[in-house]
Design a protein around this ligand. Sequence first.
Ligand code: C5P
Length: 208
Amino acid sequence: MRFTVAIDGPAAAGKGTIGRAVAREYGFAHLDTGLLYRAVGLAALEASDGVIDPVLAERIATELTEDDLARPDLRGSRAARAASKVAALPRVRAALLDFQRRFARREGGAVLDGRDIGTVICPEAEVKLFVTASEETRAARRHAELSAADPALTVGQVLADLRSRDARDSQRADAPLRRADDAVLLDTTELSIDAAVAEATALIRARI
Ligand code: C5P
């Protein structure tokens, strides 16, 4: 059975949590596509003198394997910033396209979360969700995740980081963050994780 669930939305809206939970519920494979851009961004940054070389970033994207997605430091804010820079490069996006499309159509069903899954990667996805939440809620959630490893981090810093990343992701020319016309909007500002997952699960059940 092939069945694709596309989940898009801004940073820290709950896409990953919802994606993992519905994948577990239905036995689907799950891909957090942000990790692809994070892995490319961090590797390109480390190989540079501080300014990312687009040609090098493209080569890293072309050679990326699933093993590269296991680095523990990919979740941090340094990787996030580097990710959103390389994500604006059309050749990097093109190099990562096949991997994502193959993943989406694998036997047994797949959930992909990111920014352009419903619009560019899988416009034919059986279920499309656009997950969002207020900026303050998203910053508080991301701060709770990151502060254990970085106790000096403030909510204000996280908020500033999210804002600049969301602006870059929404304003880039190639595959900007945008809700697909046929995506169901899920605002998680006032929802518990369980309630958000329950809504997503019900939507999939209705279409499976
Ligand atoms: O989702 P996450 O915060 O891990 O994504 C990191 C960055 O990767 C985003 O800010 C965005 O620039 C980029 N990205 C993207 N397209 C995707 C997934 C992530 O451009 N499908």
